[in-house]
Each structure stands twice: as C-alpha cells, then as structure tokens.
Design a protein. Sequence first.
Length: 204
Amino acid sequence: MIGYVWRAVSGKSALRKALQKHFEGVQLGEIVTAAREFPIISRVDVQMALDQIFQDRPASRLLGIHAQMGHETPTLAHLFAAGPFPMDIGPLQHDEVDIGDPLPVRCLKNGLWLSKDHSLAFAVLLGPSMRFGMVGGVHVEIAVSKGEQGAQFSAILTRVLPGSRSSSRSGTYLSRTGDLTGEPARLLGSGRGRKSSSTACGQA
C-alpha cells in the first residue's frame, strides 16, 4: 500500500510515464489542450471519426484508461497530474450501442491515443462527459505543444470531428478559424471521406 501511494504521489504511474515519454523534451507547462463536448447521441459518429483519423497512423498507440473515481469527466489535466488517486492504464472497455442495425456497434468507454504528425507529438483523450455524477455526453480532448504548429494541427483535427460545442481546458483556445481548406483530408491520410466500415467503432 505504501509503495502504491508513493508511486502515485511521485508521478510514476504507468500512464503518466507514457505521456512524459511521448511528449519527451516538452515541459508540462508547454502543453496545451482543447476540449469538445458532444451529445450522447453523437457517440457512434465521434468514435467513427476518431477511428478514421488513426487508421492511417499505424504508429499510434491506443491505451485504455482506468479512473479510481468515476464521478467526474476525465481530462488530460487529470492524466498528467500526480496524486493519491491517479488515472492509470487499464483494459480497453467498450459499450455495445444499438443503432437499429442487426448488430450493435461497439464503442470505447474511454481511451487515450498517443500519436505524431511528423515531428509534432499529440494526444487525444476520449471519455464520458459527466454531469452530476451521470454520463451526459462524450468528451474529446486534444493535447499538443504550444506554438503555431500545434495550434494549427489542433484546429484541423477538431474540424474532422462532428459539429459540437467547444471549450478550452488550458486557457489557450486552439480551435482557430483560419483558412484550412483541404486540411482535414490531409489529416486523415488520404482524400477519402468519412465512410462507414465494419472496423469503425469495432462493430461486433
């Protein structure tokens, strides 16, 4: 028990170590995030969009997230922070969502993607948006390093996701309204549109 508490307080959880390694050379204060909230009915669309983004990034790493306290919305700030009840790596958990097809669609409860766009390291967190201790929607959060490259990439990434309310978790709003015509297709790795497939959402 003492060893567990020491690892948590000292920030040596497996998840925090993975984030530090992924953003190697970037200080914690140099990382900024932008979050978007989606209604619960958009869950399948959000999952499909994220699957489409990462399917052409074979070097991406997807981690399951386990929270000791599940009454609040998980954020990247929680993942980076040390404390007695840290979030840590756990199994990938899914829900089967009935959309009226013969088979339900399997969607992640929560997950953390670690990836790179050329030399730019970024992370995307998917989790439930909690309201008064109950799931009220879907939370997606993007972390990049400060600077124009990170800001532009974050803006491109958010444009690929379905329309939603936007909010900043870092004090720096990354979703800018520049002329990014054509960039979402580049982000997806090709000119393909967001077509549905059996791999998206892990259809059972």
